[in-house]
Unconditional design. Structure first.
Length: 346
């Protein structure tokens, strides 16, 4: 290596050293400490690396995954709740964000700057303030139930209703669903869907996050070439066909980013639950992130709390990899290539 290259390498390391040190102190070290706590019997007093703290292996993980007690049941309930939360929030917020982006990116729309700011505003508002507002709007005598009453229906007691939305009005569960369990809760409970209370939080998440992802889609739309869209228009393709066949495929990288950020954010939901219901009613708004917090700081089960956090991290990684596989570009089959060469069906 020449003297010039060595000097450049040293300069590069000097410039990155502060970031490396900060990440090491405030990211890597806490992760290592939490990993040790998850496999130890540390009780929150003194250093987790002191001599009186013992290694317990996978005991804390076994409590939440196969313990058969309250820890497993609470974790199963939290996982069920969060899974339904992810299933509803991620597609909805992505669709709403894309729809808003297409709407405010239209050249014929007047006041585009105003609408962009208005749609983005909930994303920069304090989540605590938005949650408190949501509690007021969705109370039994709130504005949402008042609007529902205008059409002759009676709104639910949103944040006090633990029934799953797929089981509203249902009778006794089938025996084969009620008798089989996974992570301490029955199959019937797994299939119940989000509770009415969690549904309000789902609407809250879509309301507060769609604006942020809208900006990502707007940036992507503005960088698209108009030539391909104009060529499709000349060929006689309609607006929906051009969007589905021309615009959306070009948005694949942005779509992957939005879905990835959405997955990570929805699996880590905490502040709305902490401010709003603290897991009530009947633990139907309990999430793994909030359960990790209460296990550690409330029940003083620091090892269990850390174990929940690492299981949650593994879940996020698995879902991200599955999403990456689902959205990756695949080679065009010969049959489809012939269809394209022949001009497709119009």
């Amino acid at each position: 290596m020449s003297r010039k290259n060595r000097a450049e390498a040293v300069s590069g390391w000097l410039f990155t050293a502060p970031v490396v040190v900060v990440l090491g102190l405030f990211l890597l070290v806490p992760v290592v400490m939490a990993a040790w706590v998850s496999v130890s019997d540390w009780r929150g007093v003194g250093s987790p690396f002191s001599s009186d703290v013992s290694f317990v292996g996978a005991q804390n993980y076994a409590k939440i995954l196969a313990g058969g007690g309250l820890d497993e049941q609470n974790f199963g309930t939290a996982l069920r709740n969060n899974l339904w939360y992810v299933v509803f929030v991620v597609p909805l917020q992505t669709a709403v964000a894309l729809g808003l982006a297409v709407l405010v990116n239209g050249r014929a729309l007047r006041g585009r700057g105003f609408f962009r700011t208005a749609f983005y505003f909930p994303s920069v508002t304090s989540s605590v303030a938005i949650t408190v507002l949501w509690l007021f709007l969705f109370s039994s005598s709130g504005a949402v139930n008042a609007i529902i009453g205008w059409i002759g229906l009676k709104g639910p007691n949103w944040f006090n209703e633990p029934t799953g939305i797929f089981q509203l009005g249902a009778g006794n569960p089938p025996a084969f669903l009620a008798d089989h369990t996974m992570l301490g809760i029955s199959w019937w409970e797994w299939l119940s869907g989000p509770s009415v209370a969690m549904t309000a939080f789902i609407l809250l998440a879509v309301f507060t996050t769609s604006g942020t992802f809208m900006l990502l889609f707007i940036a992507a739309l503005q960088n698209l070439s108009t030539e391909v869209d104009e060529a499709a228009m000349i060929d006689g393709a309609g607006a929906w066909t051009r969007f589905w066949r021309v615009t959306l495929p070009q948005l694949r990288p942005t779509l992957f980013t939005v879905l990835t950020l959405g997955l990570i954010g929805t699996w880590q939901v905490f502040d709305q639950i902490y401010t709003g219901t603290k897991g009530a009613p009947a633990n139907t708004t309990l999430t793994p992130a909030y359960l990790s917090y209460t296990s550690a700081f409330g029940s003083q089960q620091w090892g269990v709390g850390a174990a929940i956090a690492f299981v949650l991290f593994a879940i996020i990684v698995v879902f991200t990899l599955l999403q990456r596989w689902a959205l990756k570009e695949r080679p065009v089959s010969r049959r489809r290539m012939r269809w394209i060469e022949q001009g497709g069906s119009r």
